[in-house]
Design a protein around this ligand. Structure first.
Ligand code: TEU
Length: 539
C-alpha cells in the first residue's frame, strides 16, 4: 500500500464510545461513530487491543489473541466493524502485543504447571528466591523478575508482573505469532501495529546493568531485524501497512526497520521528542518543554529518515502520553490556537500522521486532584514509589497531573451532555469538566473549529503531493521559539512556521518574506512576526 498520503486515527476502545451503558467503551460504540471518522477524512483506524485479557494493563496483557474480550463485544461485532469501516473507505489496523503475554494466557499457565515446552516459551531463569537474575527494572517500576517458588525459577517481565516476556529465540514461539497474524489478516485487516516490537530480542547472557535499568541489553536487540523479516515474510504481511512501536530506539535502527528494501515494517514510532520535558531524562520529574531540544530531535529524525529511505509515523498523542496541548501549548489562554498549531506542526512533516482520539477536538489533560481518580497501573505504582522516595501527596498528584497515561485515556468528549456523551452511566474514568465546551457536537459544524482544522489538514495531504512526498529541511536552527521547516518537490516549495510561545516572536526576516500565499494557518492574514502559537504555512 502506498501510505504517504494516508492518515491514521488511533482508537482506545475503552474510552471511545460506550454503546451498552456499562461505563466502558466497546466495539459497537466504534461502529456507531464511523460516520464521524469518515467526515474527518481518515484512511485507517488503529485500535488498541480488545482481546481476552485480565485488563491489568487495559488489554496490553493478552490472554487469548484470537478471541474478543466480552467487555468489548464479540467476534461478529469485530467482523461488522471491519466491514462497515470498509464501506466507508476506512481500513483497520489491529494491535499485536507480541513482546509478552498475560500470565493468564494458556501458554504461561501451562508453563507454571511445569510443562517444559511452555517454560521454553518464556524467559525463565533458575535462581535463589532472594536474588533476581539481574538488577533490570520493569518499565512500570520495581525489579523486572518475578519468582515462582514451586518451579524455583524467575521469569522476566519488562512491564507489569502479569505481563511475562516471550522467548523469541524459540522458533515455536515465532511460529505461534505468525499464525496469529495470519488469523487476523484473513479477517480483512489493512495493517497492524506492533507493540514494543524492538524489545523482542533479548541478549544471550543476562547480566546486571551497572549503568541503567537494563534497557541497553534488549532494546533493538541482537536478532530483532532478523525476527521481524521472518515474521513479515512468513505471515505474508509485507505490503500491508505496519507500524512498530520502538521504545528508546536509535535512528539507525529505525532506518532499517522502515526502509522498504529491508522488508520489515512500513513505519516506526519513536519517542525521543516526547521526553523533552523530562528533567534529567526522568519521566516523573517535571520541567517545561525544551523547545530547542524538540527542534533538534525533529530535524535529526525527519532529515535522517528521509535521507536514508526510512519512513516516520508522526504523532504527538497516544494512549500512553499526556495530551500534547497541555504539554506544549496553552490549554487555557490559547486553546484553539495551540491545538491547531500543534496539529499543523506534524501534519506537514514527512511521514504518516497519527491522530489520537480527541486530539482532533483539542482534548486536554484531566489534571485529577486525587489518587482515587486514577486507574492506570503505571500511575498507581509510581504514586507509591514517589511517596516512598519522599515526595508529598500534593507533589505526587501534581506530577501525575502532568505525566499520567490516564490524561490520554479520559472518555471521548462527544457532547456537553452528562458523562460527555460517552456513556449513559458513570464512565470507568471520569472526563475533565471541560467536556461542556470542548466536544464533538460543538465542533463538527463550526468551520473554525479544531475538528475542521484537522479535516482540512487531511484534505490538503490528499490534494498536494508535496505534503505526502516532498523532501524536508529544517530552517531557523538557532531560534528556540519557532519550529520551522521547508518541504520541496520539483520546483514547488512549502514553508511551515510554528510559534511555540504564548507571545509574539520575530524571525530574522519578515514572515511575509517566506512565501507568497498562505495555504493554511490559525490566525487571519500574515503579519511580519508570528503571533502567540501561530502557525503559518506558506507556499
Ligand atoms: O507501551 C510501551 C512503552 O514503552 C510505554 O508505555 C512506556 O512504558 C510508558 O509510557 C511508561 O512511561 C506499550 C503500550 O503502548 C502500552 O500501553 C503498554 O502498557 C506497554 O506497551 C506494554 O504492553
Amino acid at each position: 500500500m502506498n501510505f504517504s498520503d494516508k492518515v491514521v486515527y488511533q482508537i482506545y476502545p475503552k474510552s471511545f464510545c460506550d454503546s451498552n451503558g456499562d461505563g466502558n467503551g466497546d466495539i459497537r460504540g466504534i461502529i456507531g461513530k464511523l460516520d464521524y471518522l469518515k467526515r474527518l477524512g481518515v484512511d485507517l483506524i488503529w485500535s488498541t487491543p480488545f482481546f481476552v485479557s485480565p485488563m491489568n494493563d487495559n488489554g496490553y496483557d493478552v490472554a487469548d489473541y484470537r478471541a474478543i474480550d466480552p467487555r468489548f463485544g464479540t467476534m461478529s461485532d469485530v467482523e461488522e466493524l471491519i466491514a462497515e469501516a470498509d464501506k466507508r473507505g476506512i481500513g483497520l489496523m489491529f494491535d499485536m502485543v507480541f513482546n509478552h503475554t498475560s500470565t493468564e494466557h494458556e501458554w504461561f499457565q501451562r508453563a507454571i504447571k511445569g510443562e517444559q515446552k511452555y517454560i521454553d516459551y518464556y524467559i525463565f531463569k533458575d535462581g535463589a528466591p532472594d536474588k533476581p537474575p539481574t538488577n533490570w527494572e520493569s518499565k512500570f517500576g520495581g525489579n523486572a523478575w518475578e519468582y515462582v517458588p514451586h518451579l524455583k525459577k524467575w521469569y522476566l517481565h519488562l512491564f507489569d508482573v502479569t505481563q511475562a516476556d516471550l522467548n523469541w529465540e524459540n522458533p515455536e514461539v515465532r511460529a505461534e505469532l505468525k499464525d496469529i497474524l495470519c488469523f487476523w489478516k484473513s479477517k480483512g485487516l489493512k495493517g497492524f501495529r506492533f507493540d514494543v516490537v524492538n524489545l523482542i530480542s533479548k541478549p544471550a547472557e543476562f547480566v546486571d546493568d551497572d549503568r541503567g535499568d537494563g534497557r541497553r541489553f534488549y532494546t533493538d536487540g541482537r536478532h530483532v531485524h532478523e525476527f521481524l523479516k521472518e515474521l513479515v515474510a512468513d505471515s505474508g504481511i509485507d505490503g500491508m501497512i505496519t507500524v512498530g512501536e520502538m521504545s528508546s530506539t536509535s535512528l539507525d535502527n529505525c532506518i532499517r526497520y522502515t526502509n522498504p528494501n529491508e522488508h520489515e515494517l512500513s513505519m516506526a514510532f519513536s519517542f525521543h521528542h516526547l521526553k523533552v520535558d523530562y528533567k534529567d531524562g526522568q519521566k516523573w520529574e517535571l520541567m517545561p518543554p525544551d523547545i530547542g531540544a524538540l527542534k533538534k530531535l525533529f530535524a535529526t529524525w525527519q532529515e535522517g529518515m528521509s535521507d536514508a529511505g526510512g519512513w516516520n509515523a508522526v504523532f504527538w498523542c497516544n494512549h500512553d502520553q499526556p495530551r500534547a496541548i497541555s504539554r506544549f501549548g496553552d490549554d487555557k489562554n490559547y486553546w484553539a490556537q495551540s491545538a491547531k498549531m500543534l496539529a499543523a506542526a506534524i501534519h506537514f512533516m514527512r511521514g504518516t500522521p497519527y491522530i489520537y482520539q480527541g486530539e482532533e477536538l483539542g482534548m486536554t489533560n484531566a489534571k485529577y486532584t486525587s489518587i482515587d481518580q486514577y486507574r492506570d497501573v503505571e500511575s498507581l505504582n509510581y504514586y507509591n514509589i514517589m511517596l516512598k522516595n519522599g515526595k508529598t501527596v500534593e507533589e505526587a498528584i501534581e506530577i501525575l497531573g502532568e505525566r499520567s497515561r490516564d490524561n490520554g485515556r479520559t472518555p471521548m468528549q462527544w457532547s456537553a451532555e452528562k458523562h460527555a456523551g460517552f456513556s449513559t452511566v458513570e464512565p470507568w474514568i471520569i472526563p475533565p469538566d471541560n467536556y461542556k465546551t470542548i466536544n464533538a457536537a460543538a465542533e463538527v459544524d463550526d468551520p473554525d473549529s479544531v475538528f475542521n482544522f484537522y479535516r482540512q489538514l487531511i484534505a490538503l495531504r490528499k490534494r498536494y503531493k508535496i505534503i505526502a512526498d516532498g523532501d524536508i529541511k529544517f530552517i531557523e536552527p538557532d531560534n528556540n521559539d519557532v519550529l520551522a521547516y521547508e518541504r520541496t518537490l520539483g520546483d514547488q516549495k512549502l514553508t511551515v512556521l510554528c510559534n511555540f510561545r504564548d507571545h509574539d516572536v520575530r524571525l530574522r526576516q519578515s514572515v511575509k518574506d517566506f512565501g507568497g500565499e498562505k495555504l493554511i494557518g490559525n490566525y487571519d492574514g500574515v503579519e511580519d512576526y508570528l503571533r502567540p502559537f501561530e502557525v503559518a504555512v506558506l507556499k
